[in-house]
Design a protein. Structure first.
Lengths: 618, 540
């Protein structure tokens, strides 16, 4: 009996390559509905198929997780392409951590898909949305299981593509068009740099599986310059994917997409980018410059995005900036070589942020509005949503010992020894986030009802069920962490740092509840304050800066080469053509019919030829 | 065996010529389609008989022709030409399938298409330099006529430009071939990799430059490229598909077969310059593509950018980069054919290709959602998104060339990033937004209903898309044919590759199984670990 159950568990572990495939199958199965081949049934069958597939992935993952928990990590290898000195294998690392993250992705994807059933109920392209979500989920699941940089890179690109398609879901809207474009191109910049790193690593190390790379790094004495270039190239991909400065603009714009996709994008998609970064960390470590860059970028993004979030009037955008900020903290943790901190932060943040975005989705569904200045007084009218928001908010910051508290505390604790300044960044981000969450809470749930929030019933059950479920999960996160022995034992809790974390959180809450908020006057009347507010509201004018620099440079170069093509290259060609035509036209006048002239021409020609041929004799 | 590939289309053409009475468009399409379907089947048959492990030509045919001249009818098939022959037959079939049934001068049109197909097959099969040249020139006249008769408004200009450029290319290639054979004191023009072995370097270099310029016009490479956008814009859709998918490949095929294969010493001397030339071509083509507002012109400029990768990979001449040239040729053939096909459908449905007036074509009921979805797939394949053949070919190009020309390879990758820029602009402008065929205004165009694309018209696009995805997921299906020929082509370059390999060399395979798997690779990595300097004696 026992051996049988071990055999079955082993079967689930060995077939865990199926885990990413489920989503893909869902995406393919929904094709008949999304392409309009099947119209009679409406898009619902595609929805149910995708939800069923995700459920299957979740269940299978759970069984495999139990198997791995008892047996220890395994590696699945599939040879894919061998040619000359190139060996590309599809490697999957089946470990407790990877499967745990996969479960998180599958679980959140499941909840988001059920949520979308309510959110997008009346959308004509429901089947397409679910197909894309299946593809999205498949790419993310594959990414966390991947044991090879090649697979990771490929899946990152797939994520870029599916982000583009999901952001561009409502492609008829002008803002969506630019948002999708920017999302693709910004990530693509990071991806191309990452590809440079991948190609370099593939050429130098000969293998792209993470384990081989780690071995290679130990024995290979790369020159510092090379290591730096390599490290910088490798971190570029995650910078784009995690919406870090300077490639952060896309996440803000991506909020134009449907909210259920935003739930995933702000929680697990950015996590996937950071996941690749953590996998790459042992290689990036070769270069102190790259590590320093990680820390600087993380710090700049964490503080900058926290500040920018404060000045946003869009419900979704303000939280997307806070995502960037938290991922900045993750970057700091990776840069200071504390991957444990990075993991804890990523996973706790993902749960809490997903819940907040669900609450946001409920608010948008009910009020058809995401402008903070037009919301208010929803507190009593939407109890489940209010509860979800409050739980998510508490889970995000260090005010109560819920999810993110532990990650933040751990980071501040570990960093306080070597880098007290960076530990300070954790406190500041915690305080600013608490301030922002309180500000949004007051604007949305407190105060008087506004025209758009006067009739605000609670959301229907397809949205309420996943939201309430996730609320419970968020409350249970500390318990789950304790069960997985992720919480520190009592004697290791550094009381001053922990206290400071709580204080910074409560100071933020207090400030948020005291700060004056005016709905009729979103911009302050006080001029210096207004300038600061605009600076933050427009994200330090980064977009305009890019328009003036990178975009302008590329487009003027493009116009220059087009001009060069038309007038210089082609001009030369056409010029030669014209010259030969005119030459022919001109020469025809020399045919006068006078034999003397012909004779003269011949004699001159032969004479010149004679001189030329006998030139050396003279 | 091999002559069948040349003869069947000619027989088809002959039947069309001699068809009694008025030739209906449908009949002509059927006959020529049958001829090309037969050749496609025949190539498939040859592929099943093809021995993967035999280096050199297979199914050789030899017929003495003009012996005093050294011209013989010698055909041979190897891993370099086989995939290209498949693409030739396939795209020929696609071109015939998508031809407008209401065309005028039906007989001439289909005859010309078949002659092109036959000539291109002959060029890919020729194992004699003069014979190659004859086929190379033979394809020129029908294409000129196809552009000049069934082209757009400026077809006269474009066709003449094409003719002059390609004729010049032919003269240079003929000159190089004559020089190569006569200088080396040979009497036969038969293909032989040792043809130029005795020539001094200076002569080899001169010959190679002539060859490179000659084929560079055809590829096309900057600055010899301006005929291509004009020809594409004026040519009808089927001709564009053929031009981009097959005829450009004659140039890259020539570069690899005759440049890389015949003139190794000169090739090694010029390789860094060629890699730099490739970078210029890639970046120039990509940047120029960004500025285009005509969809077709944009795709045409993208061809210039993407064909540059072939030159980079050929210059690097590692086994991997040589197989990458085959990959890139096939992938560009399939992808650009798909893109031109779709642009053709858009043009047919809307009457314009102008990116400043087209928008919102993805509209599900009134627009062209199928074309839009396929277009997204095509541009993503071209931009190198994994899962499609464009990615693996670019990856092979970059991975194969990186150690030899690191800077040039990195710059070419920038070109790959630029591909995403211009194609995304294309999709975003023409397919996203609110449906309209007019410059942006505040009032939406609500009376616009575009004709639906029938399933009959969807077949070729679906087929090409399926191939693009299939080879992207399973590149072994493409690589297996070319493995041995790349090793043969690489053989003279072993020393060059090792000497130029920058940084540390790749580590030898760790296990015996790996070693066995890798032993076909002639690039045996030196067992002494890190190489001290870049100048290492040639390891035989």
């Amino acid at each position: 009996m026992l051996s049988e159950s071990v055999g079955i568990t082993q079967f689930f572990v060995e077939t865990s390559w199926l885990l990413p495939v489920y989503g893909l199958i869902g995406a393919l199965l929904s094709l008949p509905w999304s392409t309009g081949l099947v119209r009679r049934t409406g898009p619902r069958p595609a929805v149910y198929l995708n939800i069923a597939m995700t459920l299957l992935a979740f269940g299978h993952g759970l069984l495999a997780f139990r198997g791995i928990w008892n047996q220890g990590p395994q590696e699945l290898l599939f040879s894919w392409f061998d040619f000359a000195d190139l060996h590309l294998t599809l490697a999957l690392d089946i470990s407790v951590l990877n499967l745990g993250v996969l479960e998180l992705i599958a679980g959140l994807s499941l909840l988001a898909q059920v949520f979308a059933l309510g959110y997008l109920e009346k959308d004509w392209a429901l089947a397409r949305f679910y197909g894309l979500m299946g593809f999205f989920e498949a790419a993310m699941s594959g990414l966390v299981l991947s044991g090879s940089l090649f697979v990771s890179y490929s899946l990152l690109e797939m994520l870029t593509l599916s982000t583009y398609l999901l952001v561009g879901f409502w492609y008829a809207q002008p803002l969506v068009v630019t948002a999708a474009r920017d999302a693709f191109l910004t990530k693509r910049i990071g991806d191309v740099l990452l590809l440079m790193g991948v190609v370099a690593l593939a050429s130098l190390a000969g293998s792209l599986s993470f384990n081989n790379l780690y071995e290679w790094v130990k024995v290979e004495g790369l020159s510092p310059a090379m290591a730096t270039l390599l490290g910088l190239a490798l971190i570029a991909g995650p910078i784009g994917k995690c919406a870090q400065f300077p490639l952060h603009l896309w996440l803000d714009e991506a909020m134009e997409g449907p909210n259920p996709a935003s739930i995933l994008r702000n929680s697990v998609v950015v996590t996937c980018g950071a996941y690749v970064l953590i996998r790459l960390q042992p290689i990036v470590v070769l270069s102190p410059v790259a590590l320093g860059t990680l820390i600087v970028i993380g710090t700049v993004t964490a503080i900058g995005a926290s500040l920018v979030a404060l000045a946003q009037v869009d419900l979704k955008r303000t939280f997307s900036y806070s995502t960037s900020a938290y991922l900045g903290l993750v970057f700091i943790a990776v840069g200071t070589e504390w991957p444990g901190v990075a993991f804890t932060l990523l996973l706790t943040h993902a749960v809490a942020k997903a819940l907040i975005f669900m609450a946001v989705g409920s608010i948008i569904t009910t009020t058809n509005c995401q402008n903070l200045t037009e919301l208010g007084g929803l507190g009593g009218k939407m109890p489940a949503t209010t509860l979800a928001y409050v739980t998510g908010a508490l889970g995000m910051v260090g005010v109560l010992p819920l999810g993110c508290f532990w990650g933040l505390r751990m980071g501040a604790d570990f960093l306080s020894g070597d880098y007290p300044v960076l530990a300070g960044v954790f406190f500041v981000v915690n305080g600013l986030t608490a301030l922002n969450l309180t500000r949004v809470f007051r604007l949305v749930f407190l105060g008087n009802s506004q025209p758009k929030t006067r009739r605000a019933p609670e959301v229907p059950w397809p949205m309420a069920v996943p939201m309430v479920t996730l609320t419970v999960v968020t409350l249970l996160v500390p318990l789950i962490m304790a069960k997985l022995t992720l919480l520190p034992p009592w004697e290791y809790i550094n009381p001053p740092v922990t206290a400071l974390m709580l204080v910074s959180g409560w100071v933020g809450v207090a400030a948020g509840s005291r700060v004056s908020l005016s709905k009729s006057l979103a911009r302050s009347l006080n001029r210096p304050l207004r300038i600061a507010q605009d600076l933050l509201a427009y994200d330090f004018y980064t977009e305009r800066l890019y328009d003036k620099t990178v975009v302008a440079a590329v487009s003027s170069l493009a116009r220059l080469s087009n001009w060069f093509d038309q007038y210089v290259v082609d001009g030369l060609v056409n010029g030669v053509g014209l010259a030969s035509l005119f030459g022919g036209e001109g020469l025809k006048y020399s045919a006068s019919g006078q034999s003397q002239l012909y004779l003269l021409t011949i004699i001159t020609g032969v004479g010149l030829l004679g001189i030329f041929m006998t030139w050396t004799l003279w | 065996m091999l002559s069948t590939l040349i003869l069947i289309p000619l027989v088809g053409a002959l039947v069309l010529c001699l068809w009694p009475g008025k030739l209906e468009s449908k009949t002509a399409k059927l006959i020529s389609g049958a001829a090309l379907a037969f050749t496609l089947g025949w190539v498939g048959l040859l592929a099943t008989q093809f021995e993967l492990a035999t280096p050199g030509f297979q199914f050789e045919e030899l017929l003495p022709w003009v012996e005093p001249l050294g011209l013989s009818y010698r055909l041979g098939l190897d891993g370099l030409s086989l995939p290209l022959l498949v693409v030739n037959s396939l795209l020929g079939l696609v071109a015939i399938y998508i031809t407008d049934p209401k065309l005028h001068r039906v007989r001439l049109y289909y005859v010309l298409l078949l002659v092109i197909n036959s000539a291109v097959a002959g060029a890919f099969l020729a194992a004699n330099l003069l014979l190659f040249f004859i086929f190379y020139e033979l394809e020129l006249i029908p294409l000129y006529l196809l552009i000049a008769i069934w082209g757009g408004a400026r077809r006269g200009y474009a066709a003449t430009k094409f003719l002059i450029y390609t004729a010049l290319s032919g003269v240079l290639i003929l000159g190089a071939f004559l020089g190569l054979v006569w200088l080396s004191g040979n009497t036969s023009f038969d293909y032989d990799s040792g043809l130029a072995a005795a020539l001094p370097l200076a002569q080899q270099v001169t010959l190679l430059v002539a060859l490179l310029v000659g084929f560079g016009i055809k590829v096309p490479l900057f600055p010899f490229h301006t005929w291509l956008p004009d020809a594409h814009v004026e040519a009808s859709t089927p001709v564009s598909v053929l031009l981009a998918g097959v005829l450009l490949k004659l140039g890259t095929y020539g570069v690899v077969r005759f440049g890389l294969g015949l003139l190794p010493d000169a090739w090694m001397a010029l390789a860094p310059w060629m890699a730099t030339w490739a970078v210029v071509s890639v970046l120039y083509g990509s940047l120029a593509a960004i500025a285009q507002t005509d969809m077709k012109k944009m795709v045409a400029y993208s061809s210039i950018g993407h064909m540059g990768y072939v030159l980079l990979a050929a210059a690097a001449s590692t086994p991997l980069s040589i197989v990458a040239t085959v990959f890139q040729m096939i992938s560009h053939g399939l992808i650009s054919a798909l893109l031109f096909l779709l642009v053709g459908v858009v043009y047919k449905a809307t009457g314009t290709r102008d990116l400043t007036v087209l928008r919102g074509l993805l509209n599900p009921e009134r627009g062209l959602p199928f074309v839009g979805s396929m277009m997204i797939l095509g541009v993503m394949a071209s931009a190198g998104i994994p899962g499609m053949v464009g990615f693996i070919s670019e990856f092979l190009v970059f991975r194969g060339s990186f150690l030899i020309f690191p800077v040039q390879t990195l710059l070419c990758m920038v070109g790959s990033g630029l591909t995403a820029v211009y194609f995304l602009l294309l999709v975003n402008r023409a397919f996203f937004g609110r449906l309209a065929i007019a410059p942006p205004t505040s009032t939406p165009q609500i009376d616009l209903v575009l004709p639906q694309v029938s399933w009959r018209d969807r077949v070729p696009a679906l087929g090409l898309a399926a191939l693009i995805v299939a080879f992207g997921l399973q590149p072994n299906w493409l690589a297996r044919w070319s493995e041995h020929i790349t090793l043969v082509l690489h053989e003279p370059y072993q020393g060059f590759v090792q000497a130029r390999t920058q940084f540390a060399p790749a580590r030898p395979p760790a296990t015996l199984a790996d070693a066995l798997a890798a032993d076909t690779a002639l690039i045996a990595p030196t067992l002494t670990l890190p190489l001290p300097t870049a100048s290492v004696p040639v390891d035989p």
